[in-house]
Design a protein around this ligand. Structure first.
Ligand code: PGA
Length: 255
């Protein structure tokens, strides 16, 4: 049984007070039931947000990290630093990092490995651009990214990973994928992991959909057998809105 997971990716949004106030209000309005909720604020807000999250049974996530544990890497944040702050999850390889910060599969693989070494759960993001979709390359791109990030890893680590299928054209565009597009990508990711590791590992991995998820469409994704939750950007920024989305998700997973 895979535990459904809804993760909020706040990106570079919110001032400190806003970030802190969000959690109490959201917790008062949302009933997550058995679902796991993860909030990923900016690095500088992890400590303050994490303290309140802990009181409400909400997990804390970071949006990125470096792969080395310590050293002369000005401006970088290491896995043990995140661990110290009570971080459980870390988003790795988000398309905005691939695009604006030139992150490649090799670097992403190092980050995924480092996350596991320090007992953080990576939320690995994969997904095709519009151009790649138009060229019918979607499934190849996804398989390449999954292969690039996971090959050579210990299967006992891989079974704990969360993979977010986030088509680049759906992120922040208001044009979400359909449930069946997300479901097909989820099935493909699971099959790819099955081939790389084993069916048992593939069945354990949680797969999320991300890209313009809203309270209004969350059920479309959760209905899919191979989709276990969502990575939510824009619709996670307002506490009332995000609570509505989580409540809808909770209804969908218990239906
Ligand atoms: P969005 O972002 O929900 O605003 O489309 C999702 C993401 O980038 O993870």
């Amino acid at each position: 049984m895979r535990t459904p997971l809804i993760a909020a990716n706040w990106k570079m949004h919110k001032a400190l007070k806003e970030a802190v106030d969000f959690v109490g209000r959201f917790a008062a309005l949302a009933s997550a039931g058995s679902m796991e909720i993860v909030i990923c604020p900016a690095f500088v807000h992890l400590a303050a947000v994490g303290e309140i999250c802990q009181k409400h049974g909400i997990k804390l996530g970071a949006q990125n990290m470096f792969w080395e544990a310590t050293g002369a890497f000005t401006g970088e944040i290491s896995p043990p630093m995140l661990k110290d702050l009570g971080v459980d999850y870390v988003i790795i390889g988000h398309s905005e990092r691939r695009e604006h910060f030139a992150e490649n599969d090799r670097q992403i693989a190092r980050k995924v490995k480092a996350a596991f070494q320090f007992n953080l759960v990576p939320i690995l993001c994969v997904g095709e651009t519009l151009q790649q979709r138009r060229a019918s390359r979607t499934m190849d791109v996804i398989a390449e990214q999954v292969n690039g990030a996971l090959s050579g890893l210990d299967p006992s680590w891989v079974r704990r990973i969360v993979i977010a299928y986030e088509p680049v054209w759906a992120i922040g565009s208001g044009l979400a994928a359909t449930g069946s597009v997300a479901g097909a990508a989820g099935a493909w990711i699971r099959a790819t992991i099955g081939e790389m590791f084993s069916l048992d590992v593939a069945r354990a991995v949680r797969i999320l959909y991300g890209g313009s998820v809203q309270a209004e469409n969350i059920e479309d994704f959760l209905r899919e057998t191979d989709i276990d939750g969502a990575l939510v950007g824009g619709a996670s920024l307002d506490a009332d809105n995000f609570a509505r989305l989580v409540n809808r998700a909770q209804e969908a997973v218990t239906a």
